[in-house]
Design a protein around this ligand. Structure first.
Ligand SMILES: [Zn+2]
Length: 198
């Protein structure tokens, strides 16, 4: 019997891989003919899809894949601007999810609180460590996280993390295991992929 996949599938216009729609980026053409990233996949009209990858995006532009997909509509495409739009959309989604996990009390901010939670063996899903944290402190947290099999990402700087939390500089934040953390991990993987390639 054929396996019925309940998630709608779409194909990347660059590498032709078929994946869950939610794992791809959607693009639409605005009324003025500009190609836009529709990260929330909610804009009306025909859509085209690529992997969450600047490589596939550049490739799609190079192969004129968007023009083929949206034939009949004037479509101006700038791959650098699109990668930028996409990175900003992922960043925004990460910020929203962090905001939601704060509100739902699944969130720990600050080095001491996170280290304490790690030592207690709290069920953390992920830890975000500022890129400009002191080397020894960064290593200490990563070592503790590794022992507990907790995902860590070096992201943003202390000032940016502080700003997100409406506070002074903060070097570390963590999110407890749960659905929000799962979504956040998903976005962090996308973000890493985009940033690594740039
Ligand atoms: Zn692709």
């Amino acid at each position: 019997m054929a396996v019925v996949n309940k998630n709608p599938q779409r194909t990347c216009v660059a590498c032709r891989q078929t994946k869950d729609k939610k794992q791809l980026v959607r693009y639409v053409v605005a009324p003025d003919g500009m190609l836009l990233v529709d990260y929330r996949q909610r804009l009306p009209g025909r859509g085209a899809y690529t992997c969450v990858s600047s490589e596939c995006l550049h490739d799609a532009v190079k192969k004129n894949a968007f023009q083929r997909c949206f034939k009949g509509q004037t479509c101006s495409v700038d791959s650098t601007a699109l990668v930028q739009q996409l990175t900003m959309a992922v960043e925004q989604k990460i910020l929203n999810l962090i905001g939601m996990s704060r509100k739902s009390g699944q969130f720990i901010a600050g080095t001491n609180a996170v280290v304490e939670a790690l030592k207690k063996g709290s069920s953390l899903a992920l830890i975000i460590i500022a890129k400009d944290i002191s080397a020894s402190l960064g290593r200490k947290i990563e070592t503790l996280a590794l022992k507990g099999h907790i995902y860590t990402a070096r992201l943003y700087d202390k000032q940016m993390i502080g700003q997100m939390l409406g506070k002074e500089e903060r070097s570390v934040m963590a999110v407890h295991v749960g659905l929000l953390a799962d979504s956040l991990l998903n976005e962090l993987h996308k973000y890493r992929q985009l940033v690594r390639e740039n």
